[in-house]
Design a binder for this molecule. Structure first.
Ligand SMILES: [Zn+2]
Ligand SMILES: [Zn+2]
Length: 108
């Protein structure tokens, strides 16, 4: 689970994985939180750069985990669109936040 108390502003946009009690799982990004829920954007339309514009779904912190296996290049989960573990950015550099913005824009 993810401790709401431990969340900081820098955690906004972090990749998380929802794991339901029925074994379902879904990747999303942290948008905001309150005392009870973490609001996660699960919507996926190749435009993760604009995830802040989407509505976050209230998710119980005990069902959320930080996503592992992030790509060293683009910091997104490499299994997001294929099961082979090959990062998307190799196929879709136009959707890669790093390639699109240039590496120098880190942290802005
Ligand atoms: Zn990548
Ligand atoms: Zn890239």
């Amino acid at each position: 689970m993810i401790e709401i108390k431990s969340l900081k502003q820098t955690d906004i946009g972090k990749w998380v994985e929802y794991r339901g009690t029925g074994g379902e799982h879904e990747l999303g990004r942290i948008k905001s939180w309150n005392d009870t829920y973490i609001f996660v954007v699960y919507h996926y339309d190749n435009n993760w750069m604009r995830f802040r514009q989407y509505t976050g779904a209230s998710t119980r912190p005990e069902d959320l985990f930080y996503a592992d296996k992030l790509c060293n290049h683009c910091k997104t989960p490499i299994a997001i669109r294929n099961a082979k573990g090959i990062c998307d950015h190799l196929y879709y550099p136009e959707n890669c936040e790093v390639c699109k913005n240039g590496k120098s824009k880190e942290g802005s």
